[in-house]
Design a protein. Structure first.
Length: 403
């Protein structure tokens, strides 16, 4: 048999996502442990003063100095996620917001211009609208789904473009390839917060994003335990731009959290697919419900960016939003009547969660801005968990029947 016809083991580079999520980035210690070790240590010792000096000059791949700079368990998490995304490198952050702030602040300086989509997670909006302007960075906001607005706002020398691939809570889908083409034409770096799309359903780097940002608190943990974040990009960007900023300003991930999140990655693909199947089922079943003004889910025929989501996403994600016709009072009655869904503000969790954005996550926004973003008084964000989808649908239908 010719060599190339013999069965062969897939090489590490050819592993598919599910294999990478279980085996990627492992650094096994001399004890040969099965489950990744938690190196819950702040510091590292040196055999000699000369070794310490050499390590401070240039730390090798397996050499660590201080947990704020890096840690073996955190490094496993970074390598596993980078391997999944096909990114050259990753820096793990203490939370999603430490990652968003680290990615932006490390690359921007006074006088720079940024273009951002307007429909952002509240804390992302705070960084772009309130913090960056204090340091002399100019930010132009656009409707992320309107390419003409991106084109008009971008100018020669625009330093960066920031967007959430799927917006929270109205689930607008931005055409990443089209925005990246416009941004790259003026030399801007494209940063994508990919939380709602998840690493399972959307490969934003392949679509033209330069930098990917995650809140690992959401689907990557997926079981409501720890905060975490990650910045992914080229080795040059992560090690020369992001790392110096993060390691000196203190936004690094804890080794314990990295261990929890490594375990989360092992089941990420299975969980996201099961949760998205439930979300799609509930969205389809509630579409057209007489008590609802609107059901929003990226793969529904009624979704305004249905074509874009079909092109760039493998599924619709684990979250849908419903707009209850009776406004805030009716929305509160539905939330309070639910027995399986819990009222909280997280998403991507094994437990199904409902959120009333207008009075919680987006409470701070003036009414006019809420209206502009489609955050109506009746809007409820529904994050589907791992429970039985029939039970969840029945829970929602029973609550809706009360209004
Ligand atoms: C939750 C979230 C963040 C912030 O993440 P934390 O881990 O809570 O700091 C940023 N962006 C989006 C889209 C999010 O959903």
């Amino acid at each position: 048999m010719a060599d190339d016809l013999k069965p062969h083991h897939p090489s590490r580079e050819d592993w598919n996502a599910r294999t990478r999520l279980v085996h990627g980035g492992i650094r096994r210690s001399q004890y040969g442990e099965v489950s990744e070790a938690i190196f819950l240590t702040q510091g590292f010792v040196y055999d000699t003063a000369e070794q310490a000096e050499a390590r401070f000059q240039k730390a090798g791949d397996d050499e660590f100095i201080y947990a704020r700079y890096g840690n073996p368990t955190v490094r496993m998490f970074e390598e596993r996620l980078a391997g999944l995304e096909g990114a050259e490198d990753c820096f793990a952050a203490a939370s999603g917001m430490a990652a968003v702030n680290g990615a932006l602040s490390s690359m921007l300086k006074a006088g720079d211009h940024v273009v951002s989509s307007r429909a952002l997670f509240g804390s992302c909006l705070y960084i772009l609208e309130d913090i960056l302007s204090r340091y002399g960075v100019e930010v132009s906001f656009v409707d992320g789904t309107d390419l003409a607005q991106w084109q008009a706002a971008l100018r020669p020398g625009t330093k960066a473009v920031f967007l959430e691939a799927i917006s929270n809570p109205t689930l607008e889908v931005i055409d990443i390839r089209a925005v990246a083409d416009l941004a790259h034409a003026v030399g801007a770096v494209v940063l994508v917060d990919n939380v709602f799309a998840t690493p399972v359903f959307q490969r934003s780097l392949d679509l033209g994003a330069d930098v990917l940002i995650y809140s690992a608190t959401k689907h990557i943990d997926g079981q409501g335990r720890v905060l975490g974040g990650a910045i992914l990009g080229t080795r040059e960007f992560i090690r020369k731009t992001v790392e110096p900023y993060m390691k000196h300003t203190g936004g690094s991930m804890s080794p314990f959290n990295a261990w929890v999140l490594l375990k989360g990655l092992e089941t990420l693909d299975l969980r996201c697919r099961a949760q998205a199947e439930t979300a799609a089922r509930i969205a389809a079943a509630l579409d057209g419900h007489p008590k609802l003004a609107r059901v929003i889910y990226p793969t529904l025929a009624s979704h305004p960016q249905r074509d874009v989501s079909a092109r760039q996403m493998e599924g619709g994600g684990t979250v849908l939003s419903i707009d209850i016709s009776g406004g805030q009072e009716a929305a509160f009655r539905v939330l309070n009547a639910l027995r399986i869904f819990t009222i909280s503000n997280n998403l991507g969790d094994a437990k199904s969660i409902v959120t009333h954005p207008a009075t919680t996550t987006h409470q701070r926004l003036p009414d006019a801005q809420k209206a502009e973003l489609g955050i109506t008084p009746g809007l409820v964000r529904v994050s589907c968990g791992l429970e039985d989808s029939g039970d969840l649908l029945a829970d929602l239908e029973a609550a809706l029947a009360l209004i």
